[in-house]
Structure formats: C-alpha cells, structure tokens
Design a protein around this ligand. Structure first.
Ligand SMILES: NC(=O)c1ccc[n+]([C@@H]2O[C@H](COP(=O)([O-])OP(=O)(O)OC[C@H]3O[C@@H](n4cnc5c(N)ncnc54)[C@H](O)[C@@H]3O)[C@@H](O)[C@H]2O)c1
Ligand SMILES: [Zn+2]
Length: 354
C-alpha cells in the first residue's frame, strides 16, 4: 500500500526527468490548483516530458475537493484519451494529492500517479501513505480509497512561496511525528526556529526524518488496524477543535487545530500513562510561542465532547485516544473519562491564558 518510492530531492528537475525516462506511459497529465500552477509548475517546466504533458488546473481550496471537481478531472482524462497506462502527476498541497489520487485510483480502475507535494502538510503527511479522497455530503474525506502513487518527490524549495500559517499547519504534523518517534527527533523538532528566516536546508532534512516516521508506520499497518493509529495522536481533540471552529465560522487550519490537540492529548498522556510533566511543559511552550491561540470557553465543552464521540476512529461508542507514556512510547486504543478530557481543555486554556 505504501508508495514504491519516496525521493527527497535536491535536484528536482533532474530527478523527475530521470524517473520519467524509466517509466512506460502513453500520455502524461499534470494536475495543479490555481496557486500551484502559478507558483510551483514553473519549477518543473524544464523537464521535457512535463512540457509535453497536458495541464489540468482546478480551483484552490478544500471546498473544491469534491465530486464535481473529480468528475471534471475524469471528463478531461476521458476526452483526452487517457488510458490505464497514462500517468497523472499531482502537483500541489493535500487538496490536490487527495483529489488527484482519488481521480487516478478510480479512472479506468486506476492509472499511474506520482505525487509532488508543494505544502509542508502534503510533504510530511497527505502525499505519503496512500490515502486518497474527497469531501462529500458535508463530511470531510467521506469518499476515498487507499491507492499508492508510484513515487513521491519532495523538495522544500516549493515551500518558499507557502504562507506562514500553512507552514505552521504542516509543522504540527512534524511535531506529532517526532513525539511518537524518538527523543532525538523530538529534540531537533523543538530546536527549530519557526520565526524569521526559515532554514530550508535544515527543514528538508527534518522533512525526510518526518516522512520516514510515517512511512515506517504505514508499511507496518497500511489499513489502520493497529499501530497506524499512532498517527492519530493529537487528532481526536484536534478534529473536535477544528469542527468547532468551522461551526463558529472562524475555521482553523487543520494543523493549527492539531497543535491544540497535541497539547491536550499530552496532558491526557501525563494523567493516564505517566508522560513526563517537564516534556508536557516544553511542548506546550513551543506551541504557545509559534501557534495562534484559539479562544473558547467552558460553554463550548459539550459541543467539543460531542464532536469527539463522533470521531471516525471510535469503536463501540468509546472515544479512542492514542497516548504516550514518553517520547516514542505509544499506547493506542486508550479510553479516558469525560472529566479528564474536559480537564485537558482547561489545561490548554490556562496554559494559553484564555
Ligand atoms: N491523505 C492523507 O493522508 C491526508 C493527510 C493530511 C491531510 N490531508 C488532506 O490534505 C488537505 C490539506 O492539505 P494542505 O494543507 O496542503 O492544503 P491545500 O492543498 O489546500 O493547500 C493550502 C493552500 O496553499 C496553496 N499552495 C500549495 N502549495 C503552495 C506553494 N508552494 N506556494 C504557495 N501556495 C501554495 C494552495 O493552493 C492552497 O491555497 C485536506 O484536504 C486534508 O484532508 C490528507
Ligand atoms: Zn492531521
């Protein structure tokens, strides 16, 4: 289920040209959104095979990750004579790798796809691991499939045009990967300066480590029956916060909500399975330093708890958490009392002075 190859590239044009020259395909399509067509496609236009490809441009934004837009992609592929031996390159953030991956998985029962992620979120998360999908019926990622691309090319040079909120959003998943991985990885993530000039060379190396964490876990458990649930760390409460922010018409970026979820779920980890308090304080300080705080009060607790009970990952009506007894020590399928869950929301609000 995992990709055949993930290439962390320092010479993107050459690496892609070489890879494409080894592939057999009849037609080449490149899917972008309006932003990645303008900011990212020019970085690839020197690849001769890409110059001859057919460019498909879809509107930017998660609201367009829908059935209508997939149908549009299918229609163009069909009208242009795409076959099962055609190649679709998804050049963009998670919105593009999700919708393009899904369109590719389903067109003539699957053509070949390549992901070239252009956001940090897509580089360390969405473009790797083989999950594809679209939003449907008002629900996120309601329809989708597991479909691995042939290859994922990652190059942090794309991130130079990415706005700061989206950079932070992806970085939250990197914090998560470090917490579930190892003390060394954790130390490097928490020492990275997210203010001012971003060190893209160092970021590229850290992205490689982060991707390796996800790759290793997905390889072990591609369909999320067990250890892949480690990747949900921070997401039970994070998703609830994200849903609340949408309900209140002040939508948070996914990673910003996950950063809050990480603080709360580290608190649960401290209370339930003995996560060290000094590391809880360290991570909380780091997230407080860089991420915007989200204002909510105890009148929102019932709604947040309700969202958690509807989490897709629950089984038998029990809210399932992934908790950590230390950095890299993961415990899946942990149930926690409502009282302690609400206490973790108090902990976030007190720590952030809300
Ligand atoms: N399949 C998975 O495992 C998985 C995992 C995590 C997230 N996701 C999905 O990923 C999506 C979120 O991904 P995202 O955060 O990358 O959002 P996104 O793809 O919507 O990109 C965010 C914004 O940045 C713009 N952009 C992209 N690359 C840019 C660049 N290099 N320079 C300037 N602007 C650029 C986009 O046009 C968009 O406006 C969601 O749909 C989510 O469900 C999927
Ligand atoms: Zn996430």
């Amino acid at each position: 289920m995992s990709e055949n190859k993930i290439i962390i590239s320092d010479h993107l044009v050459m690496d892609i040209a070489v890879f494409l020259s080894t592939l057999k395909y009849d037609k080449l399509f490149i899917l972008t959104d309006t932003n990645t067509e303008e900011k990212c496609y020019p970085l690839l236009k020197d690849v001769p095979a890409i110059q001859q490809g057919r460019l498909l441009i879809t509107p930017a934004g998660d609201t367009y990750k829908n059935l209508e837009r997939v149908a549009n992609i299918w229609r163009i592929l069909s009208n242009e004579g795409a076959s099962r031996h055609s190649l679709l390159i998804n050049l963009g953030g998670g919105m593009i790798t999700d919708i393009g991956g899904f369109a590719g998985a389903t067109f003539k029962r699957g053509l070949q796809t390549i992901n070239i992620p252009t956001t940090l979120m897509a580089s360390v998360d969405a473009a790797v691991g083989g999950k594809t999908g679209i939003n449907f019926n008002g629900l996120k990622n309601e329809i989708g499939s597991f479909y691995a691309p042939l290859c994922v090319f990652i190059d942090c040079r794309f991130l130079q045009t990415l706005d700061y909120p989206n950079l932070l959003s992806g970085y939250a998943e990197m914090i998560k990967h470090a917490l579930i991985c190892s003390p060394e990885h954790y130390a490097s993530i928490l020492s990275f300066d997210l203010d001012g000039e971003i060190d893209y060379v160092r970021l590229n190396k850290m992205v490689a480590q982060s991707v390796a964490v996800k790759e290793r876990i997905v390889e072990e458990d591609p369909k999320e029956h067990g250890i892949r649930k480690a990747l949900n760390f921070g997401h039970t409460i994070g998703h609830a916060i994200e849903s609340l922010s949408f309900k209140q018409n002040e939508p948070l970026l996914h990673g910003h909500a996950v950063a809050i979820g990480i603080v709360c779920e580290l608190y649960l980890s401290y209370k339930q399975v003995g996560f060290p308090s000094e590391k809880l304080t360290q991570v909380t300080h780091y997230i407080k330093e860089y991420y915007p705080s989200y204002i909510f009060d105890c009148n929102d607790y019932d709604a947040l708890y309700e969202f958690m009970t509807h989490d897709k990952k629950n089984e038998g009506g029990i809210i399932n958490f992934t908790l950590l007894s230390d950095i890299g020590k993961v415990h899946i399928n942990q149930s926690v009392n409502k009282e302690v869950i609400l206490e973790s929301l108090d902990f976030y609000r007190e720590s952030f002075g809300i």
